[in-house]
Design a protein around this ligand. Sequence first.
Ligand SMILES: [Zn+2]
Ligand SMILES: [Zn+2]
Length: 369
Amino acid sequence: MSENMTYLKDEIYYSELYDKFTIEKCQHWEKSDNLSSLKDKDESVAKIKKDFFDKCVIPVSMYFLKGDRYEKKDETIKKWMDSDKAKDDKLENAIEPKGIRCLQCSSPEMTCISRDLMDDSNKKENVMFMFQCDKCGKRRAYWENGKEWEHKPTLCSKCNTEMQSSSNRKGEIITTIYSCPQCGNKDTDTFDSSVKKEPIDPNFEMNRKKYCLSREDGSEYIAQKGRMEEMKHIVDGWEEKKQNKELYDAIAKIKKLTIFELQNLLNPIFEKAGYVKLEFEKPELQKDVTLGFNLQDSKSGRSEWDSVHELQKLFKKVLADTNWRLMSDGVNYRLGFLTGRLRGVEGEENLRKLIEKDIKDKLQKNGKK
Ligand SMILES: [Zn+2]
Ligand SMILES: [Zn+2]
């Protein structure tokens, strides 16, 4: 790598690279016609399967694949360019280590001839500086943090001794010969240092037209996808409504009673059951309305337990389809004087919660049975 080589390239480069991957992906898909699931002992069945695959599965999959590739193109190119730009910045901003002397002749006149990004011993990309002695030409390499690059010895595959190496260059080809001083084992390694130009794919432009959506078609795909998602949202809404039919029906049926209406509802029913003089206290207005009540048991001979439980049962039954509930602290009884609290709910959201709790309690009770 030469010093002025930069990672960041023209946007066209990334755009073409992305399209190349898109073409490969699409062609891979189209070639998957040899799937085992398409095979069948019956030739006519196999033909139907193949027809269906060719005429339906592939076109639909291709529609979404092409659209998806288009949708992610700008974002992906930006990521690639940001990453290459970051590499350039890292190289440019790296600070050259100072005070390097030649290992051969101790001359302090070492010139930095290149800086490159390389993986260090921890596989982390770091900047490596190459210095060359102005006097004798010997080189030393340093990482940005001042640590000298360590040559890793090549060990003999037969006896594990460190091998000696010599390199020669013919044109762009560098050949290194390793030889073991212990057992005479030899190994060669060749490296082609020429910059390879990728051959031009003569079908590239044609395939690009076939598989890579234009701005216009791509925008149409994104709009179409948006419409489909909107549709799905609506259908999901219907599904949810259907699933919660019991809940919605119960909410629709609920009677929303004022305190006055509540009293009118309860009075005749309670009197008939032997509970009289129903009185409400001043309501506490919080998120819900809390309403203290008291009444008297007019049925002589009814025990405390019976009085309390019959009243609780009655409340439950009468209030079931209203927005009022007996609070969980229940009913108190002193010499036929009964007290307790009711809770009144307002607003659709709170009503929904109230009904949900009823349904849950019902399910739990059924589960216990
Ligand atoms: Zn030197
Ligand atoms: Zn050896």
